[in-house]
Design a protein around this ligand. Structure first.
Ligand code: ZN
Length: 401
């Protein structure tokens, strides 16, 4: 409606202008050498208008011809960039789809069209990695580390490759470079932890995790590896804070207290530990190394009193009574242990020994929750899968004891 109104107003103005020009009186005469042109004023004005229009069109055409090569190359460049972008996008999709051949083909096309832009480098590197071309991928990731905005991705790719190749020295280098390029990244932190665990660097690993089971296990191990008794106690306390029920951590605390010449505090820590988590490791740390079997049987009663009636307490009393040649006591406590739920064969083994049968070795071992690796000794880091804090004391293939 508005456009129609505008058109009508414009038409009216033009008509009025034409009518005004047409009605102008007088003549125009021009002399050029021997020629004389005489015409009416409206015709002369129309002629001037037409000549101006013609000149304008001519100048436009000439300008267009002069700029033609530039415009063509700009058009061509734009088209190349567009095709390069499409190739990059298709390459990324192929990567996500796990199609290495297509990803590499699109990476090559994008490189031809766009040159080695950071995004093309990344696509080239990831496509080569997917295709198993590790050298080609490493070279592209290396070039990516020279790109200011994308260097994290370059170091990330190289760190991943060196971890896969079990080259810890190179992995360490790229882990630090990646951390510097993008501080605080969760991915880098996880890889650095993986590296520290692989190298059994307990203190470095400890600084990279907040997961209680991992902290408890790593701090326990760190308390044994540090040569400083003060630090050993700090680590043991850190482990106990993270998981007060971890038997090796309870023993580590007692050992660290003994290391600081605090035997009374050490015994107190073991008693407290037995109360929450009775475990043979705690019992082993409880007895004085030079104690006689009878002294051990008497000492066991003190520890067992911290958690009376518990299957582990009864087992401890039965085992020490058996060793001290107190068969009556041994039988009574072994039967009490069985009644309290010690069905893993240890109580039965004591009763069998009392009946003159050979002892059956305990089936209980430390089993990794993650990979089911089993071994007699506790370990902060599973030797099977290098996970931290995954070892549980149980019979293989059974629930947690
Ligand atoms: Zn494992």
């Amino acid at each position: 409606m508005l456009r129609a109104a505008k058109f009508l107003i414009l038409a009216a103005v033009l008509l009025a202008l034409a009518w005004w020009v047409g009605s102008l009186p007088g003549n125009v005469t021009a002399h050029a050498g021997p020629y004389t042109i005489a015409t009416s004023t409206p015709a002369a004005l129309l002629l001037i208008f037409l000549i101006t229009l013609l000149f304008t069109i001519l100048l436009r055409v000439l300008g267009g011809i002069r700029h033609a090569p530039g415009s063509f190359s700009a058009w061509r460049g734009g088209r190349r960039a567009k095709l390069g972008d499409i190739a990059t996008q298709r390459g990324l999709v192929a990567l996500a789809a796990g199609d290495a051949t297509a990803a590499r083909a699109e990476a090559g096309r994008a490189k031809k069209l766009l040159g080695e832009t950071p995004l093309v480098l990344l696509l080239t590197a990831e496509a080569a990695r997917l295709a198993g071309q590790t050298d080609e991928a490493a070279a592209a990731f290396q070039r990516l580390t020279q790109q200011k905005e994308m260097r994290y991705l370059g170091h990330r790719g190289l760190l991943r490759a060196s971890l896969a190749a079990h080259d810890s020295t190179v992995a360490q280098k790229h882990a630090l470079a990646a951390e510097e390029a993008y501080p605080g990244a969760t991915w880098t932190r996880a890889r650095r932890l993986e590296l520290a665990l692989r190298e059994k660097d307990y203190t470095a690993a400890l600084a990279l995790t907040h997961e209680p089971a991992e902290v408890a296990a790593l701090a326990t191990a760190a308390s044994y590896t540090t040569p400083n008794p003060h630090r050993a106690l700090d680590y043991a306390k850190q482990a106990m804070k993270a998981d007060p029920t971890l038997a090796p951590a309870i023993v580590a605390l007692a050992d660290a207290l003994n290391g600081r010449q605090k035997p009374r505090a050490a015994r107190k820590a073991l008693l407290a530990g037995w109360k929450t988590t009775p475990h043979p490791l705690i019992a082993a740390a409880w007895f004085a190394p030079e104690a006689t079997p009878l002294e051990r049987a008497q000492d066991a009663a003190i520890l067992a009193a911290a958690n009376p009636g518990h299957a582990e307490s009864e087992l401890l009393l039965a085992q020490t009574a058996l060793a001290a040649n107190l068969p009556g006591e041994a039988k009574r406590h072994a039967e009490a242990a069985l009644a309290a739920g010690a069905t893993d064969g240890r109580a039965q083994s004591i009763l069998d020994q009392l009946a003159g049968k050979p002892a059956i070795p305990s089936r209980l071992v430390w089993v990794c929750d993650s990979c089911h690796h089993a071994q007699a000794e506790w370990a902060a880091i599973c030797p099977g899968c290098t996970a931290a804090g995954t070892m549980r004391w149980k019979a293989p293939g059974t629930a947690l004891v």
